[in-house]
Ligand binder design. Structure first.
Ligand SMILES: [Zn+2]
Length: 396
């Protein structure tokens, strides 16, 4: 048994509006024509990337791409700007021109000074592009990553196996790439039995766009497949990784030796693997302080439950989002169960460094029912935990 080879989507996945986490206060966005336009552009870039690697275009253009081009042309005409002459030019804009310089009508704060839909160096979709495509919808359309996670939760609950769910999350975070032999191993793992079929559907045959001379290479930091770019270099899809410098080359998988290679599908790499690495890093730091940390307690009610020696408990959700407006709009109180004394949302520090005013933009964008939700960086949270431990020692 190996993961599914086709890209068809299972139609029987169920998601509730609560799990989509969509904000209730979305009416104000509809007054800005730029929001649906950037969303269309982002979806078009993701589709083109999937189909052609954003290099070769032939007429007729894919529907979403044509729509993106048409809408951009109209927006340019309204603002008296010269519109893009072709899809190739539109793609080139997405790569070379920060969104802030586009003739768009957008709500305040939604664009950072360097935001682009395509990476300048590799020409590949940025993490922001994925967020624009997946995190800006106003209707309760099912989000792919949440669909999968809620399905996994349901399956594991039906089996009464919280361990299965934890193992599933661990698989997505730690092993986004599987060789054929490794997939046999996963399907032989009885703990994961409730989600075997689901795993088969979300690990897809790695596309040739990741191949160079018959070889796939994994990022030494992120474990996902790197993309070959000009000059013999390799490009990592994670913003954080690229900011740390050139990707360290990790596992090298020669097709001839390992056979088929499977890559976790992109929405899950973006919204589960990436944040999962940030969650794991935070878990390590808090455990090193001597605190007891439980991951994804209560079937993933939140990400980390931290218990101090005096019994005080903190609930933490880690949110690795590039855009603070999208994050603010998705803000909601941390679920009450399993019970805790204090709750935080935590964002990796690199996000706050990359976007000026990240935390205040987040706070301004929160809906009324989430006004009390605190957002800290991972560094601030660890400092706060350290201070609390120190106070405890002094008191004792
Ligand atoms: Zn990386």
């Amino acid at each position: 048994m190996v993961p599914g080879r086709d890209r068809s989507r299972p139609g029987d996945l169920i998601v509730t509006s609560e799990q989509t986490g969509l904000p209730a206060h979305s009416a104000d966005w509809s007054t800005h024509a730029g929001v649906p336009l950037v969303r269309t552009l982002a979806s078009a870039m993701l589709q083109l990337n999937e189909k052609t690697g954003l290099t070769a275009f032939t007429l007729p253009y894919p529907e979403e791409a044509q729509r993106a081009l048409d809408r951009t042309v109209l927006a340019c005409l309204v603002k008296g700007a010269t519109p893009p002459a072709s899809l190739i030019e539109l793609v080139s804009w997405c790569r070379s021109t920060p969104l802030v310089d586009w003739p768009l009508d957008l709500p305040p704060d939604v664009i950072g000074p360097d935001d682009r839909l395509l990476d300048e160096d590799s020409g590949r979709p940025t993490e922001l592009c994925h967020e624009w495509s997946e995190r800006t919808r106003d209707t309760a359309v099912a989000l792919r990553d949440r669909e999968i996670i809620s399905t996994a939760l349901r399956l594991c609950r039906d089996y009464g196996e919280e361990d299965a769910y934890t193992a599933f999350r661990g698989l997505l975070v730690n092993r986004p790439v599987l060789t054929t032999a490794e997939s046999f191993e996963v399907f032989g793992d009885l703990v994961l039995e409730p989600v075997h079929e689901l795993i088969r559907r979300i690990y897809l045959t790695a596309p040739a766009s990741h191949l160079r001379r018959g070889e796939y290479v994994c990022c030494g930091r992120c474990r996902t497949l790197l993309t070959p770019v000009r000059g013999g270099d390799w490009w990592c899809e994670r913003d954080r990784c690229r900011r740390q410098g050139p990707a360290p080359l990790g596992r090298r998988l020669h097709q001839e030796d390992v056979g088929e290679v499977f890559h976790l599908e992109r929405p899950l790499r973006q919204f589960v693997t990436g944040p999962g690495l940030a969650e794991a890093a935070l878990q390590d730091k808090l455990t090193a302080l001597g605190l007891v940390v439980r991951m994804w307690p209560g079937y993933d009610a939140y990400d980390l439950l931290v218990t101090f020696p005096d019994g005080v408990r903190w609930a933490i959700d880690v949110k690795d989002w590039a855009n603070p407006v999208f994050l603010g709009r998705a803000a909601r109180p941390v679920p009450q169960e399993p019970p805790y004394d204090e709750a935080f949302w935590v964002v990796p520090r690199h996000r706050v460094t990359a976007r000026p005013g990240y935390v205040s933009v987040f706070e301004r964008s929160r809906p009324a029912h989430a006004r009390g939700l605190r957002l800290l960086t991972d560094g601030e949270l660890v400092a706060r935990a350290t201070a609390r431990l120190r106070e405890g020692t002094t008191r004792a």
